[in-house]
Design a protein around this ligand. Structure first.
Ligand code: URP
Ligand code: ZN
Ligand code: ZN
Length: 465
C-alpha cells in the first residue's frame, strides 16, 4: 500500500517546506504541495511535526573488543531506530589471517544477517598490513565498502596502525576511491604519559583525560593531514574532540586539501570533569579522545554550524559499567584497563536537537545535514540521507513538542548506564519508517529482527569532490 504523509514541515539539508511526501514500496516517489491520494493510499497526518530523512550514523561499534571485552552488537540496533537513525555504519576489524573483504562478509554471516533492525554498511579496519593485504584494498570498493579506518592510537593493540600503514592505505585507497578515516591520537605520547601517571599512583578514571590531552590529538591530526598531502588523497578524521584538531582540519580544507572531520554527540555536551565523578562513576565517561572543557565544546559547536566539521556521529560503544568498565577497578588496575567508549546510539539526534537546534546553535537544516545527508554522501550511500524522489523512504516524523528526561530506563542499548542520564530532552522521533515500513510508532520500537539490509557504498564519495 502507498503512504502519503501530509501537513508536516519537510526539513532537508537546504530548506524547510510545507509539502506532502508519497511513498510507494520502499521508495519516495513524489514530493509536492497538496498531493492527492490514490484510492488505496494510507494517509498520515503530520500536523505540527517535522519530516526528516532517517539518520545515518557513520560511526558505530558493534564488534569493538577492548582487552578481550566486547561491546553489545546488532541485537541492540533497535536503539538506533527509536533514536531516529535508520542506517548505521559499523567498523569491522580485519581478522588475523583473513582478507579485508572476507572479514566483513564473514562478520555479516555470523553477527548481522537476520539480526539487524536498521540498514547497515561497513568500514574496514586494516589490522594486518602485509603487502598482499595492501594490494587487496581496491577490492573493498568493488565489494561496496569504500571506506577504511586506521587507529593511530592504542599502542600495543593489534588494530594500532603506524604511519607507514596509513601512507600505504592512502596511496592504494585513492586509486579505487576509498576514503581513509583515522582515529587521530599519538599512541606513543599516551603510552608515556599513562605509565608516568600510573607510577605516581594516579590511576582513577580522571587520569584517562590527563593521559591524553588535546596536544596528543592535535599532533596525530596534523601528522595524518601531512600523510594525506603526501599521498594526494582525501582524509576523514573521526571523532574530533578538541579545538586544536578541529582547526587543523579546517586549515587543511581551506588550503585546498580534501580533509574532512566529524565530531560526536558526547563531545558537544559532556565535560572532562565527568571523569572525576566519585565511586568509580567517572569510568562511564572513559572514551577516546577524552572529554574536554567548555572552550573546546564552544569551538565544536561553531565548527559544526559553519561546516568546518561535517557530521555528528555517535561513536557508540556498548560496554556496561558493572562488569566491563570495572576492568579498571581495584588493586593493580588503572584507567588504562577501562574499556574505551560511550553508549550513545539512541541519543545522538536527541542531544543535537535539544542542545543544538533548540538553543539556536544550529538550524534545523544543518541538523539534517549533520545527522543524515553528509554522512550518507561521504560514505557513498547513494539513496540514503535525504528526502529526495527515488531515494529510500527512510523517514522520521519528528515531534518537536515532546518533553522528557534522558535515562537508561527507557534505553534499548542494553547497557547499564547512559552517559546523558538526567539530561533534558526536547523533541523525539515519533514515527520512523525504514524503506517505507513503520518501525517506530509513538516513540516505541515496533519493528522486527533482521529487517535491516546491507547497503553497499559507492567509491569516490564526497571526500573526493
Ligand atoms: O573510546 C572510543 N572511542 N572507543 C571506541 C573505539 C574508538 O576509538 O573509536
Ligand atoms: Zn576511535
Ligand atoms: Zn569509534
Amino acid at each position: 500500500m502507498a503512504l502519503l504523509i501530509k501537513n508536516g514541515i519537510i526539513i532537508t539539508s537546504g530548506e524547510e517546506i510545507n509539502a506532502d511526501i508519497l511513498i510507494e514500496g520502499e521508495k519516495i516517489t513524489e514530493i509536492g504541495i497538496n498531493l492527492s491520494p490514490s484510492a488505496d493510499c494510507e494517509i498520515i497526518d503530520a500536523t505540527g511535526k517535522y519530516i526528516m530523512p532517517g539518520g545515518v550514523d557513520q560511526h558505530v561499534h558493534f564488534s569493538f573488543n577492548y582487552k578481550g571485552s566486547k561491546v553489545r552488537g546488532f541485537e541492540t540496533s533497535n536503539a538506533a531506530a527509536v533514536g531516529g537513525t535508520t542506517t548505521l555504519i559499523e567498523f569491522v576489524n580485519q581478522e588475523i589471517g583473513k582478507g579485508l573483504v572476507e572479514s566483513i562478509t564473514d562478520y555479516i554471516k555470523t553477527d548481522v544477517d537476520g539480526i539487524a533492525m536498521v540498514d547497515y554498511s561497513f568500514h574496514s579496519v586494516m589490522t594486518d598490513p602485509r603487502d598482499e593485504v595492501i594490494e587487496e584494498i581496491p577490492k573493498l570498493a568493488e565489494a561496496g565498502f569504500p571506506t577504511m579506518k586506521l587507529f593511530m592510537a592504542y599502542k600495543g593493540m593489534f588494530f594500532h596502525a603506524d604511519d607507514d600503514t596509513i601512507l600505504k592505505a592512502l596511496l592504494k585507497g585513492k586509486e579505487a576511491g576509498i576514503t581513509v578515516m583515522v582515529h587521530a591520537e599519538n599512541a606513543e605520547m599516551i603510552d608515556v604519559l599513562s605509565k608516568e601517571l600510573i607510577k605516581e599512583g594516579k590511576t582513577s578514571p580522571y587520569y584517562h583525560a590527563v593521559s591524553r590531552p588535546p596536544i596528543v590529538e592535535a599532533e596525530a591530526t596534523r601528522r595524518a593531514v601531512y600523510l594525506a598531502e603526501l599521498a594526494g588523497a582525501p582524509l576523514y578524521v573521526v571523532h574530533v574532540s578538541c579545538k586544536e584538531a578541529m582547526e587543523i582540519v579546517r586549515e587543511a580544507y581551506c588550503n585546498g586539501q580534501k580533509v574532512y572531520g566529524e565530531t560526536c554527540s558526547h563531545y558537544l555536551v559532556l565535560d572532562k570533569e565527568d571523569l572525576a565523578k566519585e565511586d568509580f562513576e567517572g569510568a562511564k565517561y572513559v572514551c577516546s579522545p577524552a572529554l574536554r572543557t567548555e572552550e573546546h565544546r564552544q569551538a565544536l559547536w561553531e565548527a559544526i554550524d559553519k561546516k568546518w566539521l561535517n557530521a555528528v556521529s555517535s561513536d557508540h560503544c556498548g560496554f556496561d559499567w558493572i562488569n566491563q568498565k570495572h576492568m579498571g577497578f581495584g588493586e593493580g588496575k588503572s584507567f588504562a584497563d577501562i574499556p574505551n567508549g560511550a553508549p550513545s546510539l539512541q541519543n545522538r539526534l536527541n542531544i543535537l536537537w535539544t542542545y543544538g537546534v533548540c538553543t539556536g546553535k544550529i538550524t534545523k537544516s544543518r541538523f539534517v545535514d549533520l545527522i543524515a545527508t553528509m554522512p550518507a554522501k561521504i560514505n557513498g550511500l547513494a539513496e540514503k540521507g535525504s528526502l529526495t524522489v527515488g531515494y529510500d523512504a527512510d523517514i522520521v516524523i519528528f515531534d518537536p513538542d515532546f518533553r522528557g528526561i534522558i535515562s537508561v530506563e527507557n534505553n534499548l542499548e542494553n547497557v547499564d548506564f547512559c552517559p546523558f542520564e538526567g539530561f533534558e530532552q526536547k523533541g523525539r522521533a515519533d514515527k520512523v519508517y525504514l524503506r517505507g515500513k513503520l518501525i517506530v510508532d509513538g516513540g516505541k520500537y515496533i519493528g522486527e529482527k533482521g529487517q535491516g539490509k546491507l547497503i553497499h557504498g559507492k567509491p569516490f564519495g564526497d571526500a573526493y569532490k
